[in-house]
Structures are given as C-alpha cells and as structure tokens.
Design a protein around this ligand. Sequence first.
Ligand code: CTP
Length: 405
Amino acid sequence: MLEGKRILLIIGGGIAAFKALDLIRRLRDRGARVVPVLTSAAEEFVTPLSVSALAAEAVYRDLFDLTNEAEMGHIELSRSADLILVAPGTANLMAKMAGGHADDLATTLLLATDTQVLFAPAMNVRMWDHPATRRNRAQLEADGILFVGPDEGPMACGEFGEGRLSEVPRIVEAVEAALDATPSGAASLKGRHVIVTSGPTHEPIDPVRYIANRSSGAQGVAVGKALAEAGARVTFVTGPADVAPPPGVEVVRVRTALEMEAAVMAALPADAAVMAAAVADWRVRAPATGKMKKTAGQGAPALDFVENPDILARLSQHAERPPLVVGFAAETETVVEHATAKRTRKGCDWIVANDVSEAGGAMGGSDNEVTLITGSGAEPWPRMSKDAVARRLAERLAEALEGTS
Ligand code: CTP
C-alpha cells in the first residue's frame, strides 16, 4: 500500500500518455497522493484538465508559472516527493536526463532532486534499441535511476518489439518496490566486511577457447554497489564480466573457478558473503597449451571434464565461515523447491532464487523477479530492477547483522 506516500508523476509526450490517467487512478486507489507534471509534448496527448481532475491536484506545467513558484518552488516540488515517477518516459527525456539538461519544468525537477526516480520508458522499438538510448540508459542506471519496462508487444506505430509502456499494474508494483527499497537509513553496514562474487568464470579449453555460463555480471555489480552504498567494505571478486565493477569496492579480478575460490578464501574473515557469480560447474582436465587445430577428417576433439569446487558450499563449511552466507540460485523450473533444496545442500543461510527461464526474463535484462529463501521459508519479492533487488538485499543483510559483533 502507498498510504501517505507522495508521488511526483512526470508525464512525457507520447501515445502512451493516456495510460498515465489510469496510473494516477490506481496509485490513488492505493493511498498515494499524486502530483502531476506535464511536459508540453504530453499536452498534445492528454489535457491538463483530465489529469488534474483524476489526480485531484493542480497540474504543474511551466517552469515560469509564477503562481506555482510562489506556492512552491520547483526545488521544493521535487524534493518533497517520496518518489518521482516518469511515465511515459520518452527517448528525449532520457537523453536530457543523461546529459543533465534542464530546459523545462520536468527536466529541471529531475535535475534538482535528490529523491529516487523511477523511469517507465515508452518509445518506438528502433529508438529504444538505438545505441544512443542504450548509452543514456546505462548512464541513468549508473546514476541510480530505476527502470520499469519497457515491455514487448505491438506498438501504436504498427511495429512490434520492446518499447511499449509497461502495463499499469506492473508500474504500480515497481513504485511499491522502489519505495520499499529506498534506503531507510535504519540499519547500516558500516564497519562490516562483505565478500561478493560476480560474473561468469571462464574455464580454458586451449589459449583461445573456453567454456562458461551465461552471465552479464549485472546482478553482482548491483549487489556490490548497494552494499558499498550501505557502508560495507566490499571485496568484489569478479570473473570476466560484461559490466564494469561498481565504484567504492576492492576489486579482485579472476578468470577461473579455482582462481575465484582462492580469492574468496584469501579475503576472509568477513561478516557476510554474497555469491552472485555464475561459476562454471566443470573445467577441462588438461587445457591444451597451444591452440587446438582442426584436422580434416579427424572430427571434433573429446574434452575430458572435471568438477570445479563449489565455492559457496566450501565457504559454508569453512572454519572461518562468515556469519551470513548468501547464495543465488538460477533455476528454470519449480524455482522455490529447487532453491530450498539448494540452500540445505550448500549449507548457506539464504538463497536468492532467480527465475532464468525465458518467461522469467532475468538473463541479460535489467529486471529481476526473485524469491528470498531463508531458514523460515520463501519470501517472493515483486518484480523490480536488479538495483532494487540489490538494495533490498543490502537492507536485509544490515538488519540480520545488526546487534552481532
Ligand atoms: N556456486 C559456487 N561455486 C560453484 C557453483 C555455484 O559458488 N562451483 C554458487 C553460485 O555463485 C550461486 C550458487 O552457488 O550462489 C548456486 O549456483 P547454481 O549454478 O544455481 O547452482 P548449482 O550448484 O550449479 O546447481 P544446479 O546446476 O544443480 O542448479
């Protein structure tokens, strides 16, 4: 529920702007106060009057609206909110935010605020896929902006693909998750040492080939970042990932599972460990020292695999075991049952269970829908960005460690 929450809703210009009306209604149904801001492009799609009527609030439109400035300056307007929601968010708004532009009321509010921003993009699939938009998104995520969607489906322009504004209930869920995940400052990880593993491992076949699990490293980076922001000293042990390590952590770069295991054990003692790496379960027993050549008629080489150490399981049994050991479980079916069994088998305290089936959409995406498995059961979390999952996890870690020495 959103009782007592104040949400500043910035409505961008786009055919999906009409959905903002339903969004306002649903947010208010849940107890939120919604203060709407319309960009001038949005006014081409929805009228200030209908927005104002549904929100039961004055609509803010113009930076130089003196009446409004007298009532509430734009700085105050943006900071008094518990959350700023941009829906629909256009490619143009993303670009302006990423570049720090402030040439109208909406962009000025977004630049002037220190409040959490949740962005629900809606645009043509080509615009969404454009390298410029991808760059802007990466920048905004690095700046701590949360995203919900866009979804895939038919578009108003007749094309099909990713770019549709997320369905209203999904945006409402993301709003709730974002508000829940906004650091309360209650528990902190100051003075705590946390080891994080992240990314894939690469197990060499020969000097140019390897086997690996599919993993961008995005969730591990989000975890490292959230823990560091909560005040922890983080040892971030990462395999060769697509994404850069987060700022403010001690980075240990490794390649193979054996190297990752050694780096984790060398980082002990620690108050907690979060194992988000997608460790390859097997390695080639004897990688070739030179590049293996194709020889006509000889067929494919046979590879002899040996099992890699299970770093999570070994850490859980270690003499210097951290008081709190958290694993991730990538599952494609019966997620909770498999993850619950995995928790017992590996001897860790918590498992963050992750649906990596096609339908789950976690792989390579920016959102995640996870279930936290603890000794007291399974706790499904709503779908939220990987950053929001990480922040919530950091908060839970802080709470669990509170009061321990
Ligand atoms: N893990 C690890 N070392 C390994 C394999 C996995 O530390 N050699 C950790 C991962 O970082 C993750 C957890 O164990 O936190 C679960 O990984 P997952 O791949 O889901 O589990 P597996 O043990 O590979 O189980 P299965 O393949 O049976 O699903």
